[in-house]
Design a protein around this ligand. Structure first.
Ligand SMILES: [Zn+2]
Length: 301
């Protein structure tokens, strides 16, 4: 496949991930964070499915578009000859039921995801018309988690269950595709009309209250320094000092975009676990040096 716009964790997810290991979340914050994380993992799973696609088929992940003053998001989009296929990816797991148009999970009613698709369909139709893109489209709601089960009384054309994915992939990859200027126009229009995601609510935090140190990427517990590696005593995963530092600096910049990255700041941020000379070396190798004398700081290259 030709990935025109790659899949990356959203800014919001990166921020919450950096914060979650350093601050105790309320129950609501925890649930919201795990929902975002699960959604992103579902999108990654979908990207794996699309890996075997013919390389000439353009695929765009995570589009945020605006139509008639309404912002909407598309998880993934595939451009065919005169047609686009849009995907809404759900990573739900467990038993779900549709009864009289209402969706239930463990007997509790949930938001009907087909309504979101219908709303987005109207918006994408307006977007296509507004930008004079002559094409048709379909919009599929794909459940990617193999542990998802849906009890429904009738088949639904735009709803794809886990066992139907291999057949869908086969059909989509057989669609004819010859790149034309029309495709370039479609892709350019989509890319140049990306808009900012709606403002999201983030928990309040201060530098002082956040836990300092190195945290495990897998189990999120505190990591320990062992010679030139960093090891998680809980799940035993490990990484090099350099990678651990780069993650740590990345988290710092996401959480405190207005603060300058300096050797001393990062030394404090890792709780003194890594020496200043190692921090300086990693910063010099990966960041650009700015300022002079006592005012030296580093910026992302
Ligand atoms: Zn761990």
């Amino acid at each position: 496949m030709a990935i025109i716009k790659p899949l990356n964790p959203s800014h919001q997810l990166q921020l919450l991930r950096a914060l979650s290991v350093r601050k105790e979340f309320s129950l609501d914050e925890k649930q919201y964070f795990y929902l975002l994380l699960k959604g992103y993992e579902g999108e990654k799973r979908w990207r794996e499915y699309l890996n075997g696609f013919p390389s000439e088929i353009p695929i765009l992940f995570d589009l945020t578009l605006k139509s008639n003053h309404t912002i909407f998001q598309v998880d993934a989009l595939m451009v065919h000859q005169h047609h686009i296929t849009l995907f809404e990816i759900k990573n739900f797991s467990g038993n779900f039921t549709i009864k009289d148009g209402h969706w239930y999970h463990s007997n509790k009613e949930i938001k009907n995801p087909l309504i979101q698709i219908e709303r987005n369909q109207t918006l994408i139709r307006q977007f296509v018309d507004q930008h004079h893109l002559q094409l048709t489209f379909d919009y599929l709601l794909v459940f990617v988690n193999p542990e998802f089960m849906l009890y429904d009384s009738k088949p639904r054309k735009n709803l794809i269950l886990p066992p139907q994915i291999p057949n869908l992939i086969r059909n989509l990859s057989q669609m004819r595709h010859t790149p034309t200027t029309h495709h370039t126009k479609i892709i350019q229009t989509l890319l140049t009309h990306q808009t900012e995601s709606p403002l999201f609510v983030i928990p309040k935090y201060t530098y002082q209250e956040l836990a300092k140190g190195l945290f495990c990427n897998k189990c999120r517990n505190k990591m320990e320094r062992k010679a030139n590696r960093v090891i998680c005593p809980t799940c035993k995963s490990q990484c090099s000092l350099e990678n651990a530092l780069l993650d740590l600096i990345h988290d710092f910049s996401i959480l405190f975009p207005a603060l300058k990255v300096t050797n001393q700041v990062i030394f404090n941020w890792c709780n003194g676990i890594i020496s200043k000379s190692t921090i300086r070396r990693v910063l010099l190798n990966n960041y650009s040096l700015k300022g002079s004398g006592r005012g030296i700081y580093y910026e992302r290259k």
